[in-house]
Design a protein around this ligand. Structure first.
Ligand SMILES: [Zn+2]
Length: 458
């Protein structure tokens, strides 16, 4: 590690955290560095100790949970095993939206509370609070998972991101900080014109960040653009992708173009990093010391390998406990141990959000991302495809941005054939041609959306 970077990591960064009152982040980081390698039974005991603690705290101090537990006819002592958790009602986003004040510990000191809210790209924003200790733990957790990709404190970083709220205008303190600490080279994924992408490519070559952090689809778009330019692409040491579903094709494209391994991640505004890949790229290890994760289908937990909805219980937010919060994303459990030696359980997050699934003719669930990318991979002239399902037995293919302004019979036949293979016989298919398929306001790209997929899960 270069001397200046060591100076930042061991002297300047701790000093800066100490000055801002956030030094405890380092304590959490050291703790998480250790606990990730605990033997499985000790890690399990740690998680359950924290889970029991948060359940008790919620029942004793939080008006909302007192009511929820009483209505369900349970007390925290009833929860002794994973399956006992099924008796605790699921926390929906709308529950948090309507009960914000009664979900907060009335005795919690206001000056130690942090208010935050989700971006709302998939609906009404959800507002919530967490305690300042949780902030430190979140930052430490994100740093631990960043380090799995080869990142270290004090290194340069590039980001291809879209959420404008995550990029605040710097104040004078930040400006001074940016003179000392390496800045983050940013490309806003909401605007990815050829000119801006070429500029970003030049900046990458000059700045040479070892790690690139990116929205998966935005980086895939950037990669395919660079590939077409026939230029020598800057090669970082590692790439962290997040916020969107990473398809196998996109992973290959990104890894080939940038000559660096991809570390995929599942994160969210509410809980920061939920799970991410280690250097073995063997599913994603969950942030188990801070989050108790369940995967459910209806009123049961999923079998190993079966896709289910992710429920999150935040083990460290003592100001506003969130118990069995339905994230909206799906995943399946990955079995067996990981050769990295970390006992943190692993999930696979292939299809993403519940609404990203398309419902087939026999109620089968098909990943809309997989179907859309498969079709475009086989017929690149379509440009982009978005699949919309408003009702059962019917789907709309929105096609745009490609060379083909209209579909010829061969294209139509191909799509019909693939639809039948993936979704079953008898699906009604409509087509719509658009100039280009826009990103969401957050900069994310939506491959598919089904209004009825959630009925299958719940
Ligand atoms: Zn691992």
């Amino acid at each position: 590690m270069p001397i200046y970077q060591q100076f930042i990591k061991h002297i300047l960064n701790p000093l800066d955290l100490w000055r801002s009152g956030d030094y405890a982040e380092i304590r959490y980081f050291k703790e998480f560095e250790r606990t990730q390698f605990l033997p499985p039974d000790e890690l399990q005991e740690l998680v359950w100790q924290r889970l029991r603690n948060i359940l008790h705290l919620a029942y004793c101090r939080i008006p909302y949970y007192k009511l929820v537990f009483d209505r369900a006819g349970i007390v925290p002592d009833d929860i002794k095993t994973d399956s006992d958790m099924l008796s605790v009602p699921i926390l929906e986003k709308r529950d948090v939206q309507t009960n914000l004040q009664t979900m907060l510990d009335p005795e919690f000191p206001k000056h130690r509370l942090i208010f935050d809210q989700t971006g709302g790209s998939t609906g009404t924003p959800v507002s919530y609070y967490y305690n300042i200790e949780r902030k430190w733990a979140r930052q430490a957790a994100a740093l631990r998972h960043d380090c799995w990709s080869g990142y270290d404190v004090g290194q340069r970083l590039a980001s291809l991101w879209g959420a404008a709220r995550d990029m605040p205008t710097p104040g004078w303190k930040q400006k001074i900080k940016s003179l000392i600490f390496p800045k983050i080279l940013q490309l806003n994924s909401i605007q990815m014109t050829p000119k801006l992408m070429l500029e970003f490519h030049e900046q990458l070559k000059r700045y040479r960040p070892p790690i690139i952090l990116a929205y998966a689809n935005a980086l895939a778009l950037f990669a395919s653009f660079l590939k077409r330019q026939n230029i020598i692409v800057y090669q970082p040491k590692g790439i962290i992708t997040s916020a969107e579903v990473l398809t196998l094709e996109d992973r290959q494209l990104i890894e080939e173009t940038f000559g660096a391994p991809v570390f995929n991640r599942l994160g969210c505004r509410e809980f920061s990093v939920v799970a991410s890949e280690c250097e073995q790229h063997n599913g994603m290890h969950i942030m188990a010391e801070g989050l108790y994760i369940e995967l459910v289908r209806g009123s049961r937990h999923t079998e190993n390998g079966e896709t289910g909805e992710i429920l999150v219980t935040d083990l460290l937010n003592t100001a506003m406990p969130m118990i069995r919060y339905r994230l909206g994303d799906t995943a399946s459990w990955d079995t067996g141990t990981c050769s990295c030696g970390r006992a943190l359980p692993r999930i696979n997050n292939v299809a993403g959000r519940v609404t990203d699934f398309i419902v087939g003719m026999d109620n089968r669930l098909c990943s809309g991302v997989a179907l859309a990318t498969f079709i475009v991979a086989k017929r690149p002239s379509f440009g982009q495809i978005q699949i919309i399902q408003e009702e059962y037995g019917k789907i709309l293919y929105r096609i745009g941005g490609g060379k083909d302004r209209t579909l010829n019979q061969d294209g139509i036949d191909f799509i019909r054939q693939q639809t039948e293979m993936y979704l079953g016989k008898g699906m009604q298919i409509d087509f719509e041609y658009v100039d280009s398929i826009p990103h969401e306001a957050s900069g994310k790209y939506i491959f598919s959306r089904s209004k009825i997929a959630q009925e299958i899960f719940r």
